[in-house]
Every structure is written in C-alpha cells, then in structure tokens.
Design a protein around this ligand. Sequence first.
Ligand SMILES: Nc1nc(=O)c2c([nH]1)NC[C@@H]1CN(c3ccc(C(=O)N[C@@H](CCC(=O)O)C(=O)O)cc3)C=[N+]21
Length: 303
Amino acid sequence: MKGAGVYCSGMTTVIDGNAVAEDVRADVAATVDALDAEGVTPGLATVLMSDDDASSTYVSMKQRDCEEVGIESFHVEIDPDEPASELYETIDDLNAREDVHGILVQLPLPDHVDEREVLRRVDPAKDVDGFHPENVGRLVAGDPRFVPCTPNGVMRLLDDADVPLDGLDATVVGRSNIVGKPLSNLLLQENATVTTCHSRTTDLEAHTRSADLVVAAAGIPEFIDASMLAEGAVVIDVGTNRVEDSSEKGYHLTGDVDFESAKEKASVISPSPGGVGPMTRAMLLVNTVEAAAALTDSDVPLP
Ligand SMILES: Nc1nc(=O)c2c([nH]1)NC[C@@H]1CN(c3ccc(C(=O)N[C@@H](CCC(=O)O)C(=O)O)cc3)C=[N+]21
C-alpha cells in the first residue's frame, strides 16, 4: 500500500514530501507525549554562526517544527566574526546540559572555524545530525545510531512510495558527507546496487540512464533532465537551490532536477521544493526524541 504522501498524475506518481512529513511529525508528537508522561521534555539546541539568509530561515523553520510537536528548542547565535573558541565553548556547555538532548550546529560555518573539530566536539549521544565520526562509522558498519536527516528522509519517502530497493540499480549524483555518502550506504544496506557519481565522473549520463533510481544531490539547479533518465525511473530530487529572479522575494527555489521534463519519463518523482526538504526537518525531530529516550533510559515507542 502506498502511503499518504503520493498522488498519481497519469502514469507518474508525484511524491508529496509535506504530507509524509506531517505523518512523521504526528508519530513524533505521540512519542513526545509518552516521554512527557515520564517527566521528560525532549530538548533540541540549534546553533547558528552565520549571516546567511538561507541558514537562518532553515533554523527558524526547525524551531517552529519543534514547537508544533512539543519539543523544547534552545537557540544560540554566534557572530560569524567571533573566534572559533566561542563555538567550541557553546558546544561544551550544551553537551553538559541535561535539558538538551539534541545539538544541531547549522552548516556551513565561517572559513576560520574548523568544521571537523566542531563535528567531533558534539557529544555523539546528542549528535542528531549524525555527523560525528563515531556515528558516521556506525552507519557505514550497518549499526546506525543517528541517521543523517536528509538521507533518512529520502529512505522514508522511498518506503512510503513502496519502491522496492532489493536488487535495484541506484545512481546517487553527489558525494557529500551530508547526503551522497550516507545515502549510498543506506541504499547498499537495503541491497540496492549503488553507483555514487560526482563532478569528476566521466559520462555521468551513462550512469543515470542505466539506473532504476536516480538521486540528484549535486547542488546544481535543474542539472538532471529527461534525456539523462531511463523510461520509468524513480527520481528523487535533493537539491534546494535559491535562484535569483525579479520577484518580490528576489529568488525562487528549484531542485537539481528539471521537473517538467523529468516527470514525463519518471514512474515516481519527488519534487523540490515539496519533497525531501520537509522530510529533512521531520527526521531531525525523530532523531531528537530518539536522543531524549536514550539519554533518559526510557523505552517509549519511537517513531
Ligand atoms: N547541521 C546541518 N544540518 C542540516 O540538516 C542542514 C544544514 N546543517 N545546513 C543546510 C542544509 C539544508 N537543509 C534543509 C532543510 C530543510 C529544507 C526545506 O524544508 N525545504 C523546503 C522549502 C523551504 C523554504 O521554503 O525555504 C522544501 O524543499 O520544500 C531545505 C534544506 C538542512 N541542512
């Protein structure tokens, strides 16, 4: 049975990420209630060290999501001109706090901050992004603790749309630590045959055209079009690119996939916006209640 987040237009199923995310949030809210009955209020700390518009928009959306499901959110803002030690000390404080179960340091960070040191510094038991090397290692070893939110959201969308992964030929375009690498590992864990492509791949089209599943996570607007896809492919668009225009906002959002052409060829397609983005935020809530339950030795049912 297909889940709530799919509707069919002609032969193509268009995934509705907002609808699936809504379902996930309802499950999270039930876990929050169960934790509440044990006297635990899950808490998420977001740390922003950036002047970037998109970054602050994402962080405020995450705070709003927390409020909706009953997770307490704490926000720390650090001027991007401050020394890196400010951020390190903030992380140390949050690691020590009992009311903070999850910590998210919004990326990207200023150039003078050592990102790897930041990711190592977050207590792996509170690392709801799943970026700490210990959690990365566990994921690769097939024993995940916190699965990074975007790849976890992609897996949930594929499950909701009833896409069978066993034996599937999957091509992931993009090899970032945040999306491409963890997603390739998760697909492999589900017995897909995975090809991970990137900017230096020779003949990218050959890899996308032969794939049953194409995941676009390269960060290049409308980079994948119908000519690069097999008839009937499943297409997941992870890109969220701001493209400047003459509208009042000054930009619009577009994915890494040319949706209009790709939807004519795909059997299932996840658009952007409205696909993976809302799921990324929903999975952060899932990881936060999981962290709260683990840190308080609670065995409430998890979403
Ligand atoms: N430590 C860290 N963890 C992250 O998970 C993280 C990060 N840093 N830095 C930036 C990226 C990007 N990201 C998105 C989250 C939600 C949407 C999202 O909700 N997009 C909506 C539209 C949002 C809008 O209207 O602007 C959609 O696609 O429909 C997009 C992108 C999380 N990231």
